[in-house]
Each structure stands twice: as C-alpha cells, then as structure tokens.
Design a protein around this ligand. Structure first.
Ligand code: ADP
Ligand code: MG
Ligand code: MG
Length: 360
C-alpha cells in the first residue's frame, strides 16, 4: 500500500528532452502512416469514428474525422510543447489528411491503443476497489491539472488549455489502471493574456460546448463569466470532473458491504433524467433545482466523508468556489495516503490486498 501511495505521488513529468519540432511522440516509436490498416470501429462520436488499426504489426488507435475543424483543434493540442511527455495525456503518434477512394478528404489522428477503452465502459464491467478508484482518478486529474497549467520551461512555453468535454468516455484506461485524457476536439488554448487564440472564438462559442449530461450550471444558464475566460472554463472542467468522480466511486467495491453486490454502473444523472436528457431537462435539474447525484453508499467513515467533500467542492454551484484540478489531485492523493486510507467499514480484506481488480 505504501508503495502504491509512493508511486502515485511521484511526479508525472518524464525527464526526456523536448523537441517540439518532432512529429512523433517522445515516448512512442514513429508510426508508418502508409502502412495503416483500419480493423474495427471502437467508438463513434459526434465528429468522427475511432478504429483499432495496425501499422507494421503494431496495434494503434486511429480517429477519423470527416471535418477539418475538430481535427485541427485536437491535433494542435497534441502538438503543444511538453504535452506528449506527460504520462496522463493519450499518447499521440501522428496525423494525416488523406483522400478517400470517393474523393473526400478525411483527417486521421493516430494514437496509442488502450485495450481497456474508456473509463465509462471500464466501470460498466468492473467494480474497482478503493485504491484503484483513487489511483485512476488521481491520474486523470493530474492530466487535467497539467492541461490547465501555463508552463515555462526555459525556451519552451505551454499555454493553458481547457478541455471543455470532460466525461468518463474521454478518459482512457491503461492496463495498470492509470488513466489518460483524450478527445481534445473541443479544447480551447488560451493565450498569455488569458484570452482564447484568435479565430477560435468564431468557430466554437466559448460558453456552449461539451456533453449535455456534464454541463455545469453556468453553461446551462449561458452565464459563463467571459471576463475571466480562462478561470471560468477551468471551473467548467472541474464541475464535470466531480461528476466523473461520482460515477467512479459509485462502482467502488470497498464502499458496499461484503457479500452485497455493487450497484450496476449508471451514467451520472441517469436516475434523474434517463438516457437521453434534453437541454431543458438538464437546465431544470442542475441549474434551477441545483440537484447533484446522491451518494449511493452508506459508508460514513472519515475517508468517505472527505471524498464526498471533495466531490461536492468540484461540482459546487458557485463556479469560483470549486477546487482547482491541482487541488483535486492532491485530495485524491490524500485519500490514498496510509493514515486516511481505511475508509471502508467494509472489505478490509480487499483493502489489505491492495489494488486488486474485482470483476462483476
Ligand atoms: P469523439 O470526439 O467522437 O467523442 P473520442 O476521441 O472520444 O471521439 O473517441 C470515442 C470513443 O472511442 C472513446 O469514448 C473511447 O471509448 C474510444 N477510444 C478513443 N480513443 C481510443 C484509444 N486510443 N484506445 C481505445 N479506445 C479509444
Ligand atoms: Mg469523446
Ligand atoms: Mg469529442
């Protein structure tokens, strides 16, 4: 357990040399885009489809866009300095525009293939224990804190970026259960003045983006504070992150008595608005009635209470009262620390065994 805690707290910045001019990720071999074979569709979204593919006998994931805009946005995020050295960003391997046999242009992004897929699907299949939940969310949150950060490293400058579509389908799970952020098609890069890069405003309304179910109250009200765009959009990301925490811990095997089954996976607000909520449904629920998902567990130990506080401080109605991603990451690290990590009234045995996965 101590070892797990230590590994978790260790910095995520690899010390490798940064060369912003190189297309291929520093932590991955270059991919031969000529030899790419798409095998099976593994995800279909609003702006493209994702395929499992092979290139020179190596499995990769390829996101195919039909339009240029979201491709260009996502690609520009992956190409930002320092981003590809970060352990909690999906590993980018290359990008290409090509003409199909029908004469259409399509846009391809190649990235590492994550066999466990996205967090939402993972949670629908498995109910991870407490250390695993903490670790998954800590890594995803560390990724978001990095994305949000404006960094100067000598000559290298990484601007602040807001994700704008944080949800459990845009977080991918590695074999060791650490997570990466992906799907930067709606992201917004902020300039040194805290304003969006020129041109981005026109394409993509600042205040309206993301997935309905995860929209913050101020987004639903059209009341995002555009005077401090950078902070406001980071706060919108953290609201959605809080919902992802709820979704994840709702499936935490250690929060329910041994022998009692863990509740089935539920999308956030599924109980309240079902599977296809409208904008008005979400507005009514989240903004007018200020509702948030209720905690399905009964455990009231100290650690679980501090988890609940953390979640509530992420999805606070008052955007300015929300935690920063950096601070949320620290909270998750604390939840795993040896002195606070005996939350469960239940399953002490599991906790003692460490981060073992429990299949349904
Ligand atoms: P969209 O912008 O259309 O939502 P995403 O980039 O989120 O596209 O990809 C859609 C889905 O495809 C994801 O939710 C995930 O389930 C799956 N997916 C995306 N990238 C990968 C990957 N690198 N490895 C495995 N599955 C992936
Ligand atoms: Mg997506
Ligand atoms: Mg998307």
């Amino acid at each position: 357990a101590l070892l797990l805690g230590y590994r978790l707290l260790k910095g995520n910045y690899k010390q490798s040399v940064v060369n912003p001019g190189v297309m291929e990720a520093a932590n991955t071999e270059p991919v031969d885009l000529e030899d790419l074979k798409l095998l099976e569709c593994i995800g279909r979204g609003r702006y493209g489809s994702v395929f499992r593919a092979v290139s020179n006998q190596r499995t990769v994931a390829v996101k195919v866009f039909s339009g240029h805009h979201h491709y260009a946005t996502e690609r520009s995020v992956y190409l930002l300095p320092l981003l590809r050295q970060h352990d909690n960003m999906a590993a980018f391997m290359g990008a290409e525009e090509r003409i199909t046999s029908e004469g259409r242009t399509e846009y391809l992004l190649v990235m590492e293939y994550y066999p466990l897929g996205c967090l939402g699907v993972y949670l629908s299949r498995y109910s991870p224990d407490w250390p695993s939940c903490c670790r998954m969310l800590h890594s995803a949150t560390t990724g978001l804190a990095f994305l949000h950060a404006e960094l100067y490293r000598g000559e290298v400058y990484k601007p602040a970026v807001c994700h704008r579509d944080i949800n459990s389908r845009n977080i991918l799970v590695r074999g060791d259960l650490s997570c990466v952020l992906s799907d930067f098609g709606l992201s917004m890069t902020l300039t040194r003045t805290g304003l969006p890069l020129q041109g981005e405003e026109e394409h993509c309304a600042i205040s309206e983006a993301g997935t309905l179910r995860y929209m913050a109250p101020e987004v639903l009200e059209g009341a995002v504070n555009l005077r401090d765009c950078e902070s406001a959009l980071k706060q919108v990301d953290v609201y959605a992150l809080g919902l992802v925490y709820w979704e994840t811990f709702s499936r935490c095997s250690d929060l329910y008595p041994t022998g009692e089954s863990v509740p089935e996976y539920q999308m956030v607000f599924q109980e309240e608005v079902g599977k296809q909520p409208s904008f008005q449904d979400m507005q009514r629920l989240v903004s007018r009635d200020k509702q948030r998902p209720s905690f399905p567990w009964k455990d009231s130990s100290l650690a679980v209470r501090s988890l609940q506080d953390t979640i509530e401080e992420c999805w606070d109605h008052d955007a300015e009262a929300r935690l920063t991603a950096q601070c949320a990451a620290q909270r998750l690290a604390d939840l795993l620390a040896p002195n606070t990590r005996s939350p469960a009234l239940y399953n002490h045995r599991n906790l003692a065994e460490g981060s073992k996965m429990t299949a349904d």
